[in-house]
Design a protein around this ligand. Sequence first.
Ligand SMILES: CC(C)(COP(=O)(O)OP(=O)(O)OC[C@H]1O[C@@H](n2cnc3c(N)ncnc32)[C@H](O)[C@@H]1OP(=O)(O)O)[C@@H](O)C(=O)NCCC(=O)NCCS
Length: 220
Amino acid sequence: MYYFTERMTEDDIEQVQMIERASFSTLWSANTYRHELRSSTTRYIVARASPTPPPPRTERPASRRGLLANLIPMFFGQQTTTRDFPIVGYGGVWLSVDEGHITTIAVAPAYRGRGIGELLLNGLIDQALDMHADVLTLEVRVSNIVAQQLYLKYGFRPAGKRLRYYTDNGEDALIMSTEPIRSPAYQERLRQLRERLFARLREEANEPAPLHDNLQPRTD
Ligand SMILES: CC(C)(COP(=O)(O)OP(=O)(O)OC[C@H]1O[C@@H](n2cnc3c(N)ncnc32)[C@H](O)[C@@H]1OP(=O)(O)O)[C@@H](O)C(=O)NCCC(=O)NCCS
């Protein structure tokens, strides 16, 4: 399967909520998503799966497409109409002054462990750079070791805790933040990580979709 990211639209909310239900215990309403999508300080993206290389999309100016898209465009989807391809993950980033806050990120359970979480995080980093964020930050459950590993890989480091942050079970949040994402050191780290990620995704392009992926929204 080929995986690519693009900006989320309101038409995507239903599929995104299916993945959200399978991933989190506290859920956002469709209205919350609509509000987030309409905000000028947030960016949401989805990852889609395609059995064939995604068709080209209308070009945007290179400066708007972000480093990752420019490095290896084939995984970024190149077209504007891609709804035939199911959504397999999503994520969002909110800009607060010069800080990009990763608000959410999730991959459909059947598609985890294939590099899609990493692809999404890269997409969010590009969106944050595009909004002129200087650093990235996020909260993650102290028990969520898988997500923490992903963030550590991308240079997020523990920066404190928010006690009893999660209302469902009173769990603490670990705050994680990056160094300045425009620094030469971080950009070099990103370049190396992206090279490895795209090699991995190239290998996976020939692999079939997981069985029982159950990604199509219900029509009843
Ligand atoms: C966190 C999540 C988005 C990761 O997505 P994914 O597509 O499975 O992750 P990837 O395949 O891209 O893996 C990227 C990195 O994540 C970490 N990771 C992924 N799966 C892991 C596992 N089972 N154990 C430990 N680390 C893991 C590793 O650092 C991995 O890099 P590596 O392959 O070099 O070891 C996914 O597990 C998910 O949707 N979880 C539920 C929602 C959630 O917890 N979101 C985070 C909220 S803060």
